[in-house]
Design a protein around this ligand. Structure first.
Ligand code: SF4
Length: 222
């Protein structure tokens, strides 16, 4: 009978896709960094967001402040505000969307290439804000274009915009590049451009795009 110590059976290395966060953290402590092409791709996109350079009302002043040295949106890789929608991948709707301006906002959205994202910054962009009951203000830009992040406030401070940007980065970092859960910009069945409404004789026509927005059902008392 041999006294030689038995060789320990090596623990099988888990497949890259099956590594838990705890295992990944354990490997990181040993100086091993694991990533996948998908994570690398999303990391690059999340940290180089180019917002479209436009503002609609007072919220835009706070958006501009976020780009100044005090708040420094460059820390999050989003300091390159582009004057052309063709070069932008983030629309920050910062301010009141009047019904006269709404068609142009949708047109700009359509001109942005995929992948693209939208932040509704402030009460006006979300719901019309203090002008909600006004005849001339859209009750939320999400009636015509899809919104990824909503930032409440009147106005939201620059820190709130930065927080919204971080939330958007988190969302981008979880996007899949293939399979049935693939990000919308990689799927042919997801719409990228939307009909531009017209400013009619009395109101904007149509008043909303039902493919984008449907009103929440409110329980009514009998
Ligand atoms: S939410 Fe308030 S601060 Fe922002 S555009 Fe509307 S009124 Fe101005």
């Amino acid at each position: 009978m041999s006294d030689a110590p038995s060789t320990p059976t090596p623990t099988p290395f888990p497949a890259a896709g099956n590594i838990s966060d705890a295992e990944r953290e354990e490997l990181r402590r040993h100086g091993i960094l694991l990533t996948s092409l998908e994570e690398l791709y999303n990391w690059g996109r999340a940290n180089s967001i180019w917002p479209l350079q436009f503002g609609l009302a007072c919220c835009a002043i706070e958006m501009i402040a976020a780009a100044t040295a005090r708040f420094d949106i460059a820390r999050f890789g989003a300091e390159i505000f582009r004057p052309s929608p063709r070069q932008a991948d983030l629309m920050i709707v910062s301010g009141t969307v009047t019904k006269k301006m709404a068609p142009n906002v949708v047109r700009l959205w359509n001109q942005m290439p995929e992948p693209k994202y939208c932040i509704a910054m402030g009460a006006c962009a979300i719901s019309g804000g203090p002008f909600k009951q006004g005849y001339n203000v859209l009750k939320g830009v999400d009636r015509f274009i899809p919104v990824d992040i909503y930032i409440p406030g009147c106005p939201p401070r620059p820190e709130a915009l930065l927080n919204g940007l971080i939330e958007l980065q988190k969302k981008i970092q979880t996007e899949k590049v293939a399979g049935p859960q693939a990000a919308k910009h990689l799927r042919s069945d997801v719409q990228s451009e939307f009909p531009v409404p017209e400013y009619g004789e009395h109101d904007i026509v149509p008043s909303k795009n039902p493919d984008v927005w449907s009103p929440p059902s409110l329980p009514r008392k009998a």
